[in-house]
Ligand binder design. Sequence first.
Ligand SMILES: [Fe+2]
Ligand SMILES: [Fe+2]
Length: 251
Amino acid sequence: MAPTLPANTGPQSVPAGEGAGPWNGTLVRSRIFDALSLLLPAGEAFFVATLERWRTEASPDGVLAAEIDRFIREEHAHARAHARYNAALIDSVPAASAIAARATQVTRDLDSFGMPMKLALVAAFEHLTALLSREIVEHRRLIADNDSRQSRTWHWHAHEELGHCRVAADAAAHAGVGRGLLALALVVATGYLAFDVARYAAALCRCDAARGTSRRKLFGQACGFAAGSLPSLARMACGWWRGMAMPARPR
Ligand SMILES: [Fe+2]
Ligand SMILES: [Fe+2]
């Protein structure tokens, strides 16, 4: 059964201290996914705006239009859930608000691209999201299964991502976006996500160190996470290469 969304509490009603602890096994492992969460509301707003605009311009057939409706509905819900998650994090680590602001600025910059590149980028980010979601849902790796808001949000989000992971690629195919542009977008999206998640997780860990967490302990946790994630990274790398050959034709 698909997990349910955490209770719909607004940012002002976030329980005190909710964003402070190691909800995902260790502090470093928690901060890696906290960093990714900070990027998501702005990113998902970009996905929604791109597909809404393309749907208006291209008037796709009924099946794809319905899939885009579902995609937009689900991505709006994800952005709202991660905004609540991020509010708790910012409450505990105020420096995290600058990271969310930077993500908003980056997606504004992406908006200056033409529609083919924007569709290719959305398809690429959705492919990366699906690879991560498969690790969470099918292999039960990366995210601890517990009753924290963060764990429940990630599990619920990952299930929905797997349900709509082909929609952006189908829109790109209908729009005639070529394989070369899709491959370029996948390289750009991967570099952006890997670089930003790594540096923002490091920034959050520096805040934890400034508040007394041992740097040696954080380094040990980072090494342990890297070693324990090797099977997931290998599977995701295989999926990434398959994504380089995304079909450019509509299904
Ligand atoms: Fe999403
Ligand atoms: Fe998605």
